[in-house]
Design a protein around this ligand. Structure first.
Ligand SMILES: [Zn+2]
Length: 430
């Protein structure tokens, strides 16, 4: 790890040991050099590393407590404002780039462009438009209609509609197209494959012809196998792979983004925030089974991406982006540096900037973190914002001293519960 990085504008122009130019004792951070207008990142006693990239973050979801809230209790204007409210939190947590697979009200490209044009503050964004679902639905079960759009979902019923929807999303500015390859049917356990391999291939061929990659949500073995065989570029979750699925992934060259954080947060901390505990054993089993096969994929040369699934009530913005790095160490038995590389150099591929981001070297973009302590020996340092000494985004220091963004509720902006349990007569008359 270098001790010093020098940037000019949004470009790294020098990387060195820093011994010759180290700042005052104990200091770390950015110093403007008046002579040449370069920004010097001095990291005495700290780790200097590339900005974190989150390969799976739902920027427009606004931390919903339920699918019902996410799909049916959102207002277009407020959703955009909420997204703008949350985005600075990512920068304050050291996340300088994100891939967002699907957005409500198709707002992804507009949010991305507004950040890029300086209208609102946020990390670099690579975005989808809406998730493509078959009429069987996705993870929201029967809340998904047979046709049309709701929330982040765009239902496609025929291969003709798949072609049309893919082209339309790309016209709107999609950086990638997302398929919801598995979904849940309330009477069946787990998620079922709800796209055929042929249907996925139609989307992949259409998108690839226009130079756009495809991602797929796959929470079982057959969907992971078929997504790989159909040409999907990024497979999210990749749960419960079997030998066939593993072989297909290895041969296809697809990237895997397993997403342990959401499940782990629910298992480890759900009860503290009133989450149901009935799925804890199931999710722990999913983590263990998935981790074993993802590790084997890694050993076979598959690129692993690191994504937190931030954007839900169990994964609020700015809090858990680095936990996936820790979980890669814990469950995949990667070294801290290997796991950090997943969240930086590997994830740079997920945001289509493999030559520009994810590595500190001359000529790369100036997204830089300075973390107190040695993250190579203790990766959990990354998850505690108090350890961030400095964050440089596009060559500009992020204000880490300001108060964490908060807001008061607006009337009707949240779903209110009358009660958590039925008020039965027996309950009050024991
Ligand atoms: Zn997701």
């Amino acid at each position: 790890m270098p001790g010093e990085v020098i940037c000019r504008g949004d470009e790294i122009i020098a990387v060195g040991s820093g011994s010759a130019t180290a700042g005052p004792e104990g200091s770390a951070g950015f110093h403007e050099r008046e002579l040449d207008s370069a920004t010097r990142v001095d990291a005495t006693g700290c780790t200097v590393m590339p900005g974190l990239i989150d390969a799976h973050c739902h920027l427009t979801f606004d931390e919903p407590r339920s699918n019902d809230e996410l799909f049916f209790h959102r207002d277009h204007t407020l959703a955009a404002l909420a997204t703008a409210h949350h985005l600075p939190k990512l920068l304050m947590a050291g996340v300088t780039s994100v891939a967002d697979p699907d957005t409500i009200f198709r707002m992804g490209p507009a949010i991305r462009d507004a950040v890029e044009a300086g209208w609102i503050e946020g990390p670099r964004i690579t975005t989808g438009v809406a998730a493509l679902l078959t009429a069987v639905g996705g993870t929201a079960g029967r809340l998904i209609p047979d046709e049309g759009e709701v929330g982040y979902a765009e239902v496609v019923r025929t291969t003709d509609e798949m072609v049309l929807a893919t082209r339309r999303q790309i016209k709107e500015g999609a950086d990638f197209v997302k398929i919801h390859a598995t979904g849940s049917i309330p009477t069946r356990s787990g998620e079922l494959q709800v796209w055929t391999r042929q249907e996925m291939r139609v989307v992949c061929d259409t998108a690839h012809d226009l130079g756009v990659p495809v991602a797929a949500h796959c929470r079982n073995a057959s969907s992971t196998r078929d997504a790989a065989l159909a040409g999907v570029d990024i497979i999210y979750h990749a749960s419960f792979m079997d030998e066939e699925a593993l072989e297909a992934v290895v041969e296809s060259g697809a990237d895997l983004c397993p997403v342990f954080t959401f499940l782990s947060n629910l298992c480890d901390h759900g009860p503290e925030v009133g989450a149901g505990t009935n799925m804890v054993d199931v999710f722990r089993g999913e983590i263990a089974a998935t981790a074993e096969m993802v590790r084997r994929a890694h050993d076979a040369g598959v690129r692993l991406l690191c994504g937190s699934e931030s954007g839900f009530v169990l994964t609020p913005y700015g809090h858990w982006h680095a936990r996936e790095v820790e979980l890669f160490v814990e469950h995949l038995d990667l070294s801290p540096l290997e796991a950090i590389r997943c969240a930086t150099a590997n994830n740079a591929h997920a945001v289509h900037a493999a030559d520009e981001l994810g590595v500190l070297s001359v000529g790369r973009r100036a997204d830089v973190l300075v973390v107190q302590g040695d993250v190579a020996s203790d990766v959990s340092l990354l998850g505690d914002r108090r350890n961030l000494r400095a964050v440089l985004s596009r060559g500009v220091p992020v204000d880490l001293q300001r108060a964490w963004p908060t807001r008061d509720p607006l009337p009707g902006s949240r779903v209110g519960n009358w009660a958590e349990r039925p008020l039965t007569w027996d309950l009050v008359n024991p």
